[in-house]
Design a protein around this ligand. Structure first.
Ligand SMILES: [Zn+2]
Ligand SMILES: [Zn+2]
Length: 496
């Protein structure tokens, strides 16, 4: 296969002035979209190239990390198995200073990042990239990143679409404030890959890691039915792109369709626990399959923790097995969705179980509405697998709901809102600032009056004028709950 060397012909580019004193990540999502017509096996195909999720992040030593994902897709589907396209991508970082590639799939040639040759064996290839720009102090003026693709055989560019900035929950790089001294991570702890029998359409473990990174998760676990080896397949990829990963699997009681399911998580290394009769544990010690109590103990003894998966029981009561696990504190967390019964929320608060918002996704995330991405917010001492496990065991989580609500214990949701929201008074105006990634809404009370307010993520809203700064502002948050029908109220001093 012969590649045409990149001719530096630009098909898409963007420029962004850096904020020299930006105290948090500079957030932008970049999309460069190109079409390449290809003919193979008598069919006209198109390669679509997207450069997206670009992040420029200041590192502690004054350098700048640049990262993103190049996504190449081939349409129409299905991909003809006898065809083999080769693609080589290059990124030109037009910066006044030097840089070095951080991702193994890329190499450096002067100011070009060149990808390894990529072969299409399915309709989509994701190529994450990362580089460090040294001497970031030089970057006070505008600079450019340009992407281009060389293909075999050589193809011409037909269309490109310029970049756009956007924010939404579930996308990457929305800064979160520190909460009560903890760092906040976004997690999804129940994800299937194509290594699950019922998830043939799902991405491979490696592509799931890339996809999760792309959608904004900081930490994930791949929890296929019956086994825990997806972790081993995705581990290197996750490490390269800086995604934290726990080892996981889904298992549980007898009958895959009717029995209770549990998500088991470990820090990483292959545990001593050997899965047995997965999804078929017996309820009785004399049963034909492994007795659930022995399996549950085995998971705990090997350093694992358990989350009760989708406990949306029709009966409104737990089975004897689940009661035994609750009474003996074998659950660290419980999945919860707003449409499920309130007693699960009550139970989580009573037993200090982590509230877990999981996708349990069996398909590509692109196939579902991105706004439907559930997020578990984890408060960690340290952003690593041990830190995440500890936080789940200690109940330091909140759940961000599909329909736009934040739920958790009063302690954590209050700490979050107090860290994210600031009330100030300036030039006769009362101003609310939301410095966090979650959109908030509610009613504001001050000087004897009230008004509704909507605070998108990272927004500043003027709520009214006053002769003098009010002594105190109270807010009832319509989308923040610390129990069924318990809505958070916060009181704020007014900064002047
Ligand atoms: Zn399940
Ligand atoms: Zn599942």
């Amino acid at each position: 296969m012969v590649f045409r060397r990149p001719s530096l012909k630009r098909y898409g580019s963007y420029t962004k002035r850096l904020w020299p004193a930006a105290p948090f990540l500079l957030c932008l999502i970049v999309l460069i979209h190109a079409h390449y017509p290809v003919t193979a096996a008598g069919t006209q195909y198109e390669i679509h190239a997207y450069l997206q999720d670009m992040l420029w992040e200041n590192t502690a030593d004054g350098a700048l990390d640049v990262s993103g994902i190049l996504r190449l897709t081939l349409s129409p589907t299905p991909f003809p198995p006898s065809t083999n396209f080769g693609v080589e991508a290059s990124l030109l970082l037009r910066t006044p200073s030097s840089f070095s590639p951080l991702h193994a799939a890329w190499r450096q040639e002067k100011k070009l990042l060149l990808s390894e040759e990529v072969k299409f064996s399915t309709n989509e290839v994701l190529i994450p990239f990362r580089a460090t720009v040294l001497e970031a102090d030089d970057l006070k003026s505008q600079w450019w990143a340009t992407a281009q693709i060389a293909t075999a055989p050589p193809l011409d560019v037909v269309v490109h679409q310029p970049w756009d900035d956007s924010f939404s929950l579930g996308e990457r790089f929305i800064p979160f404030p520190e909460v009560a001294g903890y760092q906040l991570l976004r997690g999804d702890f129940h994800i299937h890959t194509n290594k699950s029998r019922d998830a043939a359409e799902a991405p491979s473990p490696e592509n799931r890691a890339i996809e999760s990174y792309q959608y904004g998760y900081d930490v994930i676990s791949l929890t296929d039915h019956f086994h825990m080896y997806a972790y081993d397949l995705a581990k290197d990829t996750a490490e390269q792109i800086g995604l934290i990963m726990l080892r996981g699997m889904e298992t549980g009681m007898v009958s895959l369709t009717g029995g209770e399911h549990f998500v088991a998580l470990w820090e990483g290394e292959m545990p001593t626990y050997q899965p047995k009769d997965e999804h078929a544990w017996s309820r009785e010690p004399s049963g034909r399959t492994a007795f659930y109590q022995n399996q549950v103990k085995g998971i705990a003894e090997s350093g694992g923790l358990l989350i009760y998966a989708h406990p949306n029981l029709g009966s409104g009561d737990f089975t004897a097995a689940v009661k035994w696990m609750l009474e003996n504190h074998y659950f660290s967390g419980i999945e919860y969705r707003g449409t499920w019964r309130n007693f699960i929320f009550d139970l989580a608060l009573e037993q200090n179980l982590s509230l877990i918002a999981s996708s349990d996704i069996h398909t590509k995330r692109a196939n579902i509405d991105p706004r439907q991405a559930p997020v578990t917010l984890i408060l960690v001492d340290k952003a690593d697998p041990a830190g995440v496990m500890e936080a789940i065991r200690e109940g330091r989580t909140m759940a961000w709901h599909n329909e736009g609500t934040l739920v958790g214990s009063e302690r954590w949701v209050k700490a979050y809102v107090e860290a994210a929201v600031e009330v100030s008074y300036e030039g006769g105006e009362i101003i609310l600032t939301n410095g966090g990634g979650l959109p908030l809404r509610g009613t504001v009370y001050y000087n004897g009056g009230s008004r509704p307010v909507i605070l998108p993520s990272l927004s500043t809203v003027v709520i009214g004028r006053a002769e003098e700064a009010p002594a105190e502002v109270e807010i009832r948050w319509a989308n923040v709950h610390y129990g069924p029908n318990r809505t958070l109220h916060t009181k704020h001093q007014v900064a002047q």
